[in-house]
Unconditional design. Structure first.
Length: 422
């Protein structure tokens, strides 16, 4: 893995060799999340010779991923892991019209093997655990990261242990159980499940995949940014959009998206990084508040949170340093949207683009509605909405956003009558 130079603390900037630290900067504890540093000259030279890795999946970006390429290729061969990534990027003129934009795309991460963007990170976790020789991988999760880990572990016969708040939507918990994960439902918040998982991993010798703690998760998530630029390419030249809307809980996705664009700029494949707009639920908006008050993310304190969008209900965002940096350095913004706006976004997005999103994912579109109304996003800009998870993950929430159909007797006369009522 000569293309990986090492790890660097996001707080003190101290550099480590990849084998020196497993998760976070020893001087800064769990605040000290690490960036993965690459030898871009070496990667450029490799790409000039061989190009990307071929397959239409996240693994085509292996030259820019922190895993051993040969080991990864043999691990993913012929199983579900091989189909993570390369999700569709739909042009959505009907949706664009709704918010007064000319060009809008929807990146549909609901099409991942387990139904959310988290597959990109969990795929790297499975590869890393295998590389490092761990028998078991663990994670705390509001549901999707766990489902991703459970499904991808199942694909390669890897054991995993999941810590989920007991309030996670039933469909997400069922998904874990179906994949055969060892599931512990924590009678507490996601933040408490996270702390418990942090304590359990070293105690039982498990590899910890936790978001905002394991430095390699952002690297998996960054592949969505690489794909967007490749999918928008014209005449072989990759192109970045002007704005990307990202729903934010822990902040790992937005940090990863920023890393992806930054890597591409460092390689000279794009010339600027899009403005990243982080969208949080009004009842779970610690990063919006910190951003409005110009707080240093390391000063943030845990907050009580409550929202229909369970996947973005994080009281102390674990990747707050990377998330804040993503928004500040890209000249973006953090926006909050109410639960009502999130629920209303689910059918609008579905009816105008054909993409069914879970509440957290629909929040990105609700953020677009807000952002265009506030003038944060201009009509002429090229915008991508990152739809991070499938609506099938939380059907009861979606059901709150639609009118119930009439029940009729099996007679044509009733059909006629019902149609008249509509
Ligand atoms: C569907 C969906 N959207 C958005 C997020 C937020 O990602 P992050 O916690 O990295 O900010 C998550 C995280 O669980 C998610 O599952
Ligand atoms: Zn440090």
């Amino acid at each position: 893995m000569e293309h990986v130079l090492g790890l660097e603390c996001t707080i003190c900037g101290r550099a480590y060799a990849a084998h020196e630290v497993e998760y976070v900067c020893p001087d800064h504890g769990s605040d000290g999340t690490l960036d993965v540093r690459y030898d871009y000259d070496r990667i450029s030279a490799h790409l000039a010779g061989e190009g990307w890795a071929g397959s239409r999946s996240m693994w085509r970006y292996l030259p820019l991923l922190p895993v051993d390429a040969e080991a990864a290729r043999s691990l993913i061969a012929g199983n579900v892991l091989s189909s993570v990534g390369w999700t569709p990027l739909y042009s959505a003129p009907g949706l664009a019209e709704q918010v007064g934009l000319r060009r809008l795309w929807v990146k549909d991460e609901g099409r991942q093997p387990t139904g959310s963007l988290k597959d990109r990170a969990s795929a790297i976790a499975v590869a890393k655990a295998r590389e490092k020789g761990y028998a078991t991988v663990t994670t705390a999760s509001t549901g999707n990261a766990a489902a991703a880990l459970a499904g991808l572990c199942a694909a390669v016969g890897q054991t995993c242990v999941i810590f989920c708040p007991r309030t996670a939507p039933q469909a997400k918990v069922t998904q874990l159980l179906v994949y055969g994960a060892r599931v512990l439902l924590v009678d507490g918040t996601y933040d408490q499940a996270f702390e418990l998982c942090l304590a359990a991993a070293p105690e039982f010798g498990w590899y910890n995949r936790n978001t905002g703690y394991n430095p390699y998760m952002s690297e998996g998530k960054k592949t969505v940014a690489l794909e967007i630029c490749e999918q928008l390419s014209r005449d072989g030249a990759w192109r970045a959009p002007e704005v990307v809307l990202v729903p934010v809980g822990d902040g790992c996705i937005i940090g990863g998206v920023h890393k992806g664009f930054s890597d591409l700029r460092a390689l000279g494949l794009i010339d600027r990084i899009p403005r990243l707009i982080g969208v949080q639920a009004a009842g779970a908006a610690p990063l919006v508040e910190a951003w409005e008050h110009d707080l240093d993310p390391t000063e943030m304190q845990p907050a009580q949170v409550e929202t229909v969008a369970d996947s973005i209900a994080a009281g102390l965002p674990r990747d707050r340093v990377k998330a804040m940096r993503a928004v500040r350095e890209s000249g973006g913004a953090f926006l909050r949207v109410t639960d009502e706006e999130i629920l209303a976004a689910i059918p609008t997005l579905a009816r105008r683009s054909g993409v069914f999103a879970e509440p957290a994912a629909a929040a990105a579109y609700a953020g677009l509605v807000r952002g265009t109304a506030l003038g944060v996003i201009g009509a002429h800009e090229r915008v991508v909405v990152l739809v991070t998870g499938s609506g099938l993950k939380d059907v009861p929430a979606a059901n709150r956003a639609v009118a119930q159909p009439p029940v009729i007797r099996p007679r044509l006369a009733d059909v006629r009558q019902a149609l008249r009522r509509d």
